[in-house]
Design a protein around this ligand. Structure first.
Ligand code: C2E
Ligand code: MG
Ligand code: MG
Ligand code: MG
Length: 284
């Protein structure tokens, strides 16, 4: 199509494509050294019990501060890291750092860690998780591994084996971004998930959009039927939370209850004893 718009346009298009590929290569190169250079850190976002408002755990989210570009979004650099296998080294650092941090908490709150397809399919992954649990002393039941269904479908048999082995270590598996994948329902049946995380795209405006509300209600019914707790992601407004309270959603996460932040943000006001945020958000 670009070609039919004339030679100049084509060249421009081609040049722009070239820059994008070059940009990717540059980022890919920088990513390989990012951990060693101390450019990565984790932020933590609280997950709350919808009924009581109490903090039940945190999700660890990766941040990369590039020396020249500043913060690069994980939505940009994670896919690049996945393509280049740099994700194995980065993901190992995330796992160690998150478990080390959570092991220091005075209460056994859960820590959710995002894991990529490349990690799930790595033959060393289960051994790594086992070693990290032993080394950090974190209780296995505190660790929750978040996987998206797209991480499982390239080799479902192998993924199933890995998830079973992970569960035998005593940790839990959450299905992240539920509803956005290709065959969520059959994946729910095929894999041993312990929790469903409804994608934020279904939570947004759930209080005002009847179709969205119907979908979320049915996911909650699905969770009840399967005996799986459901967490709603991306809760931004009181109205969205009100819907989740009324529909008895189990857990919630979003800017309303707390933005992803350095862990000190949640501990400094409570002298290190973590439930902190949203304790004043108690609900009947
Ligand atoms: P995710 O695991 O689904 O994480 C939720 C994303 O939603 C996070 O974006 C979080 O900051 C954002 N979020 C939370 N509450 C709200 C809200 O109320 N409103 C809005 N608009 N957004 C909200 P983030 O941190 O940019 O991460 C994006 C994605 O990058 C994550 O989606 C996850 O797939 C991936 N990611 C992040 N950290 C890691 C990691 O350590 N390893 C791997 N493999 N992937 C990661
Ligand atoms: Mg996640
Ligand atoms: Mg998600
Ligand atoms: Mg996501």
């Amino acid at each position: 199509r670009a070609k039919s718009e004339g030679r100049g346009t084509y060249r421009f298009f081609e040049a722009r494509m070239g820059i994008e590929v070059r940009e990717r290569r540059l980022l890919e190169h920088d990513l390989r050294h990012a951990v060693a250079r101390g450019e990565m850190h984790l932020v933590y976002q609280p997950q709350t019990d919808v009924g009581s408002g109490a903090v039940i755990g945190f999700e660890a989210l990766l941040r990369w501060k590039h020396p020249e570009r500043g913060y690069v979004s994980p939505a940009v650099f994670i896919p690049i890291a996945e393509e280049s296998d740099a994700i194995l080294q980065i993901g190992e650092w995330v796992l160690r750092e998150a478990c080390r941090e959570a092991a220091t908490w005075p209460q056994p709150l859960s820590i959710a860690v995002n894991v990529s397809a490349v990690q799930i399919h790595s033959p060393h992954f289960v051994g790594l998780v086992h070693e990290v649990l032993l080394r950090t002393g974190l209780a296995p039941h505190q660790l929750e591994v978040e996987v998206t269904e797209t991480a499982l479908i390239s080799d479902p048999n192998r993924a199933l084996l890995t998830l079973r082995q992970l569960k035998s270590l005593g940790l839990r598996i959450a299905m992240d971004d539920f509803g956005t994948g290709y065959s969520s329902l059959s994946n729910l049946r095929s894999f041993p998930f312990d929790k469903i995380k409804i994608d934020s795209s279904f939570v947004r405006s759930v209080d005002s959009n009847e179709q969205t509300a119907a979908i979320v209600r049915s996911v909650l019914g699905l969770g009840r039927g399967l005996g799986l707790p459901v967490l709603a992601e991306g809760v931004e407004t009181e109205a969205e939370l009100g819907f989740l309270v009324a529909e008895q959603c189990h857990a919630a996460q979003g800017y309303l209850m707390g933005r992803p932040s350095p862990i000190a943000q949640f501990t400094q006001h409570t002298h290190g004893t973590i439930p902190l945020v949203s304790v004043d958000r108690k609900r009947a």
